[in-house]
Design a protein around this ligand. Structure first.
Ligand SMILES: Nc1ncnc2c1ncn2[C@@H]1O[C@H](COP(=O)(O)OP(=O)(O)OP(=O)(O)O)[C@@H](O)[C@H]1O
Length: 635
């Protein structure tokens, strides 16, 4: 399985958030980069792909002048790994390769409604999204920046780099990845004992300089009727000197998940502010997000989605939703019976189909026409893939045509080579310029899989996906070819890591890396067309993420999921700031709206791949569409 995000997250830095100047010297930037921001979500959502054989990201193939597709060994250091300045911290710990059980990619690909959420999704103030917003950074072992942490540095680090002296919450250490999605490992248990947690995000509004986190946990646990051991702090980030967003998992004491009534009780205690924290500890709080995970219902998705009862359940933010969940369970029982009957019928039909296929196979010279794809105007001299049904939603191309198009697959027409074979440039008989991927795999299973995926690919249409023009498949000759629209101008890899040129003609990463490491130079990355009108602090935060993405060592770069999570945090802070500014403005129109984070030392990321970075002075330029447009999933 290969897809863009996965193939790039370890090999190619994700550099989509940089907006180089319109006119970088001699560096002909692709169109997408001369604009302002390459949307990370455009890639992120495609990161959800699970298709083989091809790279489907148009963004990876820029529309700039053609570059040689020569592959540069990624481990060849482009520039030495310079030490980071303390005021621009980009520290990573080498991260674990695998993601947490509820790792970021799952979140990335499930933009709206993670499947197993219970009904209690409650919001306090800022977030607008209605679902889990957990960062995976902690669980990926990315916590504990030891340099450059501006607002928060772990007191345990003892390195004296903690300017504020604020004690870091005692985050739970990384866990192994043995749990199913949405589950977390229960500590202290033997083996892989996983449970469904309640995930809680609190915005602590008035944290003291040196809060006693153990006492905080004790207070929280006792007021929620829990044991301290049930609470695991999983992430935090500093919003300002006195505000801290903290994310935790609450694990059930017994069983594998919380009951609806328990979840409801926790929810109402927090929403109605029955929970009080000692003002000398953390002060007041806002409930940002409470997500109750429960084991998935046994019924399959189509039935659930057709039930009018179910949809509002995910949306509900009140405890009454719990009641409707019970009703839903009753409905589920009926659904399950229905599904059971459906499965039996499907099984019988499948057996009949298989029998009929076997019977037909036995017949000599089965009509090849039945297995030929719908292919007006093309005839395939090579044999089709036996009795496998051919995709009908795309063109079946004659091998001869592909051969002619590529001048018999001559080496000169090779565009590049991926994990599944070489890609040739060609022109079809109708004049369409194409990239033809000749897969190296063969065999019957390969054919079957191939045809299924061709069928799927041909039904995928998105402006950021390279269009599948057609395919060729022959079981007998073990040939499988995919034909895509040609995207000119070389690969993302070449743009990012291509051969180094003289100064001003470097590849994009080499050009951007030193700038990202120098706070005073960050503005060089801003599209001048913005005329300086963009939120500076947010920009610096995004640069922090970008800087992490261009770390020379692939292992040091965040995964796509982590990047998305980090951007979500930026977005949350922005939204919170906006709402605070709006309410401040209402309260006192003349009052400066710099109250929030006006300390100038706010730090976005106190953990994870993009650790905190001191922002520019917030001059409170009202938010432009710089990020909002791109930070919405699904774009
Ligand atoms: N549609 C296309 N238009 C132009 N060039 C393409 C196209 N598809 C692929 N290429 C070129 O062929 C190279 C190999 O592409 P391919 O999709 O086979 O591999 P990959 O995505 O680099 O790796 P893998 O498939 O193993 O993840 C690309 O790097 C690119 O240069």
């Amino acid at each position: 399985m290969e897809c863009f995000a996965r193939s790039y997250q370890l090999r190619v830095p994700i550099l989509m958030i940089i907006s180089p100047p319109l006119d970088p010297p001699s560096l002909s930037l692709p169109n997408d980069l001369t604009g302002r921001v390459l949307s990370i979500y455009r890639v992120g959502d495609v990161g959800a792909c699970s298709f083989k054989y091809h790279r489907i990201i148009k963004k990876s193939l820029f529309k700039g002048p053609t570059l040689s597709p020569s592959r540069v060994p990624l481990d060849a250091p482009a520039i030495p790994d310079l030490p980071l300045p303390a005021n621009l911290p980009l520290l990573h710990k080498p991260r674990e390769k695998h993601l947490s059980p509820r790792g970021a990619p799952a979140i990335v690909v499930a933009p709206a409604h993670p499947p197993n959420h219970g009904p209690l999704i409650t919001f306090g103030h800022p977030p607008t999204s209605s679902h889990l917003s957990k960062s995976s950074m902690k669980k990926n072992g990315l916590v504990s920046p030891s340099v450059g942490l501006v607002d928060v540095a772990p007191t345990q680090s003892g390195d004296g780099t903690n300017p504020t002296g604020l004690a870091q919450p005692p985050l739970s250490p990384s866990v192994s990845d043995c749990c199913k999605p949405d589950m977390v490992l229960k500590r202290g248990s033997h083996g892989c004992h996983c449970v469904y947690p309640i995930n809680l995000d609190l915005l602590l509004l008035n944290i003291s300089q040196n809060p006693n986190w153990n006492m905080f946990l004790e207070e929280l646990a006792s007021q929620l009727g829990l044991q301290v051991s049930q609470i695991e702090l999983i992430n935090f980030y500093v919003v300002s000197l006195s505000k801290l967003n903290i994310s935790m998992d609450i694990l059930p004491h017994t069983g594998i998940s919380f009951s609806a009534s328990d979840a409801s009780a926790i929810n109402s205690s927090l929403t109605s502010h029955k929970v009080h924290f000692d003002s000398t500890l953390v002060g007041d709080y806002k409930l940002l997000n409470l997500t109750w995970f429960e084991p998935p219902a046994p019924s399959p998705a189509p039935i659930v989605s057709s039930s009018p009862m179910k949809a509002p359940v995910y949306q509900s933010s009140t405890p009454s939703a719990v009641g409707s969940s019970k009703k839903g369970k009753h409905t589920n029982l009926i659904s399950i019976l229905g599904i059971g009957a459906g499965i039996v019928i499907i099984a019988i039909v499948s057996i009949l189909i298989i029998c009929s296929c076997t019977f037909r196979k036995g017949k000599p010279k089965a009509s090849s026409k039945e297995t030929e794809p719908v292919n007006p105007g093309t005839k395939d001299p090579a044999p089709a893939a036996g009795s496998l049904p051919h995709p009908s939603s795309t063109r079946f191309l004659a091998y001869e045509e592909l051969k002619v198009a590529t001048n018999n697959f001559e080496p000169a027409s090779i565009l590049g080579e991926g994990g599944f074979g070489r890609v040739f440039k060609g022109v079809l008989s109708d004049g369409t310029a194409v990239a033809i991927k000749r897969l190296t795999n063969g065999g019957q299973q390969g054919d079957k899989e191939f045809l299924v995926e061709v069928e799927m690919l041909s039904r995928l249409h998105h402006r950021n996906l390279v269009k599948l023009v057609g395919y060729y498949s022959s079981r007998d000759s073990s040939q499988n070819l995919l034909c895509y629209e040609l995207v000119p101008n070389g690969s993302l890899e070449a743009w990012l890591h291509g051969p180094l040129g003289p100064s001003g003609q470097e590849n994009l990463v080499t050009w951007a890396r030193p700038i990202l490491r120098d706070k005073d130079r960050l503005e060089e990355l801003v599209d001048p067309r913005l005329g300086g009108k963009y939120p500076k602090e947010d920009f610096v935060r995004v640069c922090t993420i970008a800087a992490a993405c261009v770390a020379p060592e692939a292992s040091q770069r965040p995964s796509m999921g982590e990047v998305v999570q980090s951007l979500k945090m930026v977005q949350r802070v922005m939204e919170y700031q906006d709402s605070m500014l709006a309410s401040n403005a209402r309260a006192n129109l003349r009052q400066s709206s710099t109250t929030f984070e006006s300390d100038g030392t706010s730090s976005m990321f106190s953990s994870g791949p993009c650790s905190g970075l001191s922002a520019f002075d917030n001059d409170n330029i009202s938010r432009t569409a710089v990020f909002s447009e791109d930070l919405h999933e699904g774009r």
